[in-house]
Design a binder for this molecule. Structure first.
Ligand code: HEC
Length: 136
């Protein structure tokens, strides 16, 4: 598997895993059950990532939120693979324009967020999105 990363030249920057095939497999196994194959979630239960992931990932407090939701912070994937899945989801579920200037999530960022679990998930989300002029 690691050999493939080198072969395909997918490892974008040092310290950041970027194997799209593995990331997609992990998404299907660890995230899709709640978020749906296309990241569009389930009405009134799981929010769609399609319109919000890139909008939140560009803000420092938005990044912190995304990394601290229970599905991410409590995933059984390790920090590196979690960052890889998030970076894959960001590319997969966001418009090219919206995701352009977003720095990739790193394993360090994931590990730091895991040490600070989010307590008020839905109010934190609503507050962030309203701050961006979006409908929570
Ligand atoms: C048990 C169901 C479940 C699983 C599994 C799960 N999530 Fe979630 N996720 C949610 C729910 C529900 C929310 C909404 C916030 C909350 O209430 O936790 C959410 C929120 C999110 C958000 C924030 C989206 C936004 O626009 O606010 C991201 C990003 C996310 N999840 C990524 C993932 C990833 C990546 C995985 C797999 C590693 C994953 N989740 C696994 C249920 C889940």
């Amino acid at each position: 598997m690691l050999g493939l990363v080198g072969l395909c030249g997918l490892a974008a920057s040092p310290g950041i895993l970027a194997d799209d095939h593995r990331a997609r497999q992990n998404y299907l196994i660890y995230c899709m059950g709640c978020h749906g194959e296309q990241g569009d979630g389930f009405k009134d239960q799981v929010p769609s990532m399609r319109g919000t992931l890139a909008r939140l990932a560009v803000l420092p407090e938005g990044r912190s939120f995304l990394l601290r939701v229970p599905g991410v912070s409590q995933s059984s994937l390790d920090a590196e693979l979690t960052a890889e899945v998030l970076n894959w989801a960001l590319r997969e579920f966001s418009d090219a324009g919206a995701r352009q200037s977003i720095p990739p999530f790193t394993a360090d960022e994931v590990a730091q967020a895991r040490a600070r679990p989010l307590l008020e998930v839905s109010s934190a989300r609503a507050q962030l999105l309203r701050g961006e002029g979006l409908d929570p």
